[in-house]
Design a protein around this ligand. Structure first.
Ligand code: PGA
Ligand code: ZN
Length: 415
């Protein structure tokens, strides 16, 4: 049972405040958690509570912390740790605007960790039960744009999927080789900005077109000798460049309709080995999403801002035949159990699941444990650079070294 809940303000990887929490159980077990924060957040996400005012440019989280130690602590005091997620919504319901989803998720994750500690196992093992741990296929950022790299290009991520790797360690090694080869090509091509490291550790390169970013990473794959073994994944984060009724590719000076953007993405999928496309259309463009789903049946189409790790938005998508995969970000939902329910619903609808970090992260790696614990199959936490990213990869490498594991690759039904 929960004996004490403490909260405090910590820093995330963008130097902004975030909520940290410790849950202490009667038996002495403790669970700690810090929560992440998005930059290209969808408008249907659970709501982060920020203080406003002068501290940290208005981004302080002291009010959220006061709710952790106040109303939320009171709601879970003496509660069986397994029932914490059932007790939290008694204080506020989604999207948790009054107490802050950052406060709610901090307590939820810390409680999950405390439960695992009480059982004497990792959070991953606690969630998955007996048997080999399933390590996810990583989706690794190489070139960044959009809100994560000062709009150097319009689309947010060009990532790689090392689909032919035989182990998680080999997948990371290949992704690292591609990033290094791509950086070398960018330097050779005269990009002095090649050293710029974007929010998720990718290369923030000011390229003339979005297509040029795909081309560069494909060249990086070839230079690394990995053609045919590593494919591309894209996150357009199209909500960010949808304005005044058009998709505005500002770097290219083009304003596209949804149909024209679908044509553009489809041409990329013909010309390059694109395995997965996330948020090709804006968060409320259900018609555009239906069109892209019909147009690209062989591509993994991932809803991030579209589904926001929310059961009702996912079931609308499933009914409408929109997308075929869901990005799972626990802080979009607010509760560990809520995000787990989205994974379960996706699975029963035949949708793939990719557990994801945020662009503002901490060195805390609980999201890696959740990806393994839920047997999600895929994970996306940024590039191979910056410690808030490597903390997650390193957690998975640790599992592969020390535990009985299987690797969720190759990605046979896509390639
Ligand atoms: P965010 O970006 O954390 O800034 O929302 C991540 C993503 O769009 O996948
Ligand atoms: Zn996204």
């Amino acid at each position: 049972r929960v004996r004490e809940v403490r909260g405090w303000e910590a820093l995330d990887s963008r130097g902004r405040p975030t909520v940290a929490c410790r849950v202490l159980l009667d038996g002495g077990a403790v669970g700690l958690a810090t929560v992440p924060s998005g930059a290209s957040a969808g408008s249907h996400e659970a709501v982060e509570l920020r203080d406003g005012g002068a501290r940290y440019g208005g981004r302080g989280v002291r009010t959220a912390v006061s709710h952790v130690e106040g109303v939320l602590a009171a709601a879970v005091a003496g509660v069986d740790v397994a029932a914490v997620d059932d007790a939290l919504p008694s204080v506020a319901s989604p999207p948790y605007a009054s107490v802050g989803a950052n406060a709610v998720l901090a307590v939820s994750v810390a409680a999950a960790r405390a439960a695992a500690a009480d059982a004497g196992v990792s959070l991953a093992r606690h969630l998955t039960g007996a048997g080999p741990l399933l390590l996810p296929m990583p989706m690794v950022n190489v070139v960044s744009g959009g809100a994560h790299a000062g709009s150097a290009i319009d689309i947010q991520d060009v990532l790689v999927v090392p689909h032919a790797a035989g182990s998680f360690a080999e997948a990371i090694e290949w992704a690292s080789a591609v990033r290094a080869a791509t950086a070398r090509l960018a330097l050779d091509g005269g990009h002095d900005a090649a050293a710029l490291v974007a929010d998720e550790g990718g290369l923030g390169l000011r390229l003339p077109t979005n297509r040029a970013a795909l081309e560069l990473v494909v060249d990086g794959i070839e230079a690394a000798g990995l053609t045919g073994r590593v494919g591309l994944a894209l996150d357009l984060a199209a909500t960010e460049f949808f304005a005044d009724g058009a998709y505005q590719l500002r770097r290219e000076g083009r304003h596209l309709t949804a149909a024209e953007l679908v044509d553009e993405v489809a041409s990329w999928c013909v010309d390059y080995p694109v395995l997965s496309v996330e948020d090709p259309l804006a968060e409320d463009d259900w018609a555009g999403w239906a069109a892209v789903t019909a147009r690209l049946p062989g591509v993994q189409l991932v809803g991030d801002d579209l589904f926001v790790t929310d059961l009702s938005r996912l079931s609308r998508g499933v009914s409408a035949g929109v997308a075929n995969a869901v990005l799972v970000k626990p802080n979009q939902n607010g509760l560990v159990s809520g995000a787990a329910a989205v994974v379960a619903a996706a699975r029963s609808a035949g949708y793939r699941t990719i557990v994801s970090a945020r662009s503002g992260e901490t060195e805390d790696a609980w999201v890696a444990d959740l990806a393994v614990g839920w047997r999600a199959g895929q994970i996306k936490v940024g590039s191979t650079h910056r410690s808030e990213r490597t903390a997650k990869w390193n957690r998975l490498l640790e599992f592969e070294a020390l535990e009985d594991t299987t690797f969720a690759g190759p990605w046979e039904d896509v390639t």
